[in-house]
Design a protein around this ligand. Structure first.
Ligand code: HEM
Ligand code: HEM
Length: 134
């Protein structure tokens, strides 16, 4: 397994733990905001998406019979995905005591860039180089 796969899967599990602990805290303390979007996105962009990124980087090059298009892009994507998600969470925390949501917007853009990087890497890895049927 390459290091990006291992990094993503380990992070996915840390976000999963953090998300469910936050979910429990929301129940116990009876407070949804600003925790609900953090809980939701730790689960959806952290646990689920990062598990998928990690598994996809391992499995899809093997399905396509070609190496990953760019290991460097995958490494950058790892940092953008984590910085984006953590920054968005800080943005949500800040938004509970100030109107200004520039922090959330900035890190949301970083998260979107991470997703674009993943899509570019996957499309290029899966590109069909031979005509179908050959
Ligand atoms: C022990 C595990 C979990 C606990 C205690 C928990 C707790 C909660 C609570 C209290 C809410 C607020 C619900 C409300 O009153 O509107 C919530 C919302 C949410 N949870 Fe969890 N959750 C858990 C696991 C998960 C998992 C595994 C996922 C996804 C994979 C998830 C995704 C969501 C989402 C997307 C919302 C927002 C729903 C909405 O927008 O109405 N949760 N969770
Ligand atoms: C770059 C990626 C993403 C950004 C910038 C983003 C942004 C947001 C924002 C600003 C909200 C409103 C939160 C609030 O104020 O309550 C939201 C809610 C939500 N998003 Fe995302 N999102 C992203 C990715 C995703 C993905 C990949 C999923 C599902 C797989 C998802 C599922 C949800 C759900 C279920 C809610 C409602 C949760 C709640 O009410 O707290 N989001 N998202």
């Amino acid at each position: 397994m390459n290091k990006i796969t291992v990094w993503f899967i380990k992070c996915a599990m840390v976000y999963f733990l953090a998300a469910v602990i936050l979910g429990l805290y929301m129940l116990v303390s009876n407070t949804l905001y600003p925790y609900m979007p953090i809980h939701a996105h730790f689960n959806l962009l952290g646990w689920i998406s990062m598990m998928i990124y990690g598994v996809a980087y391992h499995v899809l090059p093997r399905f396509s019979g070609k190496p990953l298009y760019s290991d460097r892009l995958a490494e950058w994507q790892f940092w953008f995905a984590n910085i984006g998600l953590l920054g968005m969470s800080i943005g949500w925390l800040l938004s509970s005591w100030q109107e200004n949501n520039k922090v959330l917007l900035l890190f949301a853009i970083i998260e979107v860039i991470a997703i674009v990087m993943f899509v570019i890497n996957m499309f290029n890895t899966l590109k069909i180089t031979q005509p179908i049927g050959k």
